[in-house]
Write a protein of this length. Structure first.
Length: 296
């Protein structure tokens, strides 16, 4: 069983299709298809079900995926460990929620780049669920995610405590006015895609307010989200610091929620086992030295 075939298989599972996996792996679609077919032939069963919207794992594929992820992560760690002579250098892949990347990370990343210029730092933004998967399969060295996170293979450090607020168009001066002035089904919920913890929290808020059947509208960017709120397309749930730092903060209303809905921790997660490179160790040390970082 070739490691490259397993890595390709894991990429297709993660991307949900050949085209997206090929783009992620920087190769042609035919190469991805060939490797998946070779692996299926070796195992003697189909690993994916093909359908119009992409590819889904079969039972055999679901059983194989955790092993493929662990082997891919172990292979990457082995390579980095062999090259690691104690000097922070080489690649470092960090993941983050878009809200955290927009407000919290720029000064941290700038300090790290100044202190460790030989490190090739890359940042990927995604929902929490995707970031957790990326750390587990080794495509990310660490990630900033919304807590709580409980997983035997991960260790987490509390990085920031955020206050989540409900954000509406300016004309809604209070939650009472918003609730009284919208249809019985409630306003449209403006959300990031599935896997976003803030989306889950907003759905809990809507259920408590009696709006479980409210319409959902997915957006891909933070600026787009706040812009649509300002245009009175719907409401969303975001960290207060993110909204207050936005150039459009004057065009929206911010509504305080109960502590049970408002409090959330941003965690920095990394794999519990395996080699921690000098680059990652320096990054974590830099986090802990920052005055705004809250140690767990």
């Amino acid at each position: 069983m070739e490691l490259s075939d397993l890595q390709t298989f894991a990429a297709v599972a993660r991307a949900g299709g050949i085209t997206r996996a090929a783009a992620e792996l920087n190769t042609v679609q035919s190469n991805v298809t060939q490797r998946v077919k070779a692996l299926e032939a070796e195992i003697g069963t189909a690993l994916f079900e093909r359908h119009a919207r992409g590819m889904a794992l079969t039972g055999a594929g679901k059983r194989l995926l955790p092993y493929a992820q662990k082997l891919a992560a172990l292979s990457r760690e082995a390579l980095l460990a062999a090259r690691d002579d104690g000097e922070p250098k080489g690649p470092l892949a960090i993941g983050s929620m878009e809200t955290t990347a927009a407000v919290r990370l720029p000064p941290l990343l700038a300090d790290f780049h100044r202190n460790c210029p030989a490190v090739r730092l890359s940042l990927r933004t995604a929902p929490t669920a995707d970031l957790v998967a990326g750390v587990l399969d080794g495509t990310l060295d660490g990630a900033f995610v919304a807590g709580p996170i409980t997983h035997d293979d991960l260790m987490a450090t509390s990085a920031f405590r955020e206050e989540l607020v409900l954000v509406s168009a300016r004309r809604w001066a209070s939650l009472a006015e918003l609730r009284a002035g919208t249809p019985e089904s409630g306003p449209t919920a403006l959300v990031f895609r599935t896997g976003c913890t803030y989306r889950q929290r907003l759905e809990q808020v809507f259920t408590e307010f009696g709006w479980p059947s409210a319409a959902r509208f997915e957006l891909g960017t933070l600026d787009g989200m706040i812009g649509c709120v300002a245009a009175d397309m719907g409401v969303t749930l975001l960290p207060r610091a993110v909204v207050e730092c936005s150039a459009m903060s004057g065009s929206v209303s911010i509504h305080t929620l109960s502590p049970s809905h408002a409090r959330v921790e941003t965690l920095f997660i990394q794999r519990r086992a395996g080699h921690q490179t000098s680059a990652l160790r320096s990054f974590v040390e830099g986090l802990m030295k920052d005055d705004e970082i809250i140690a767990a």
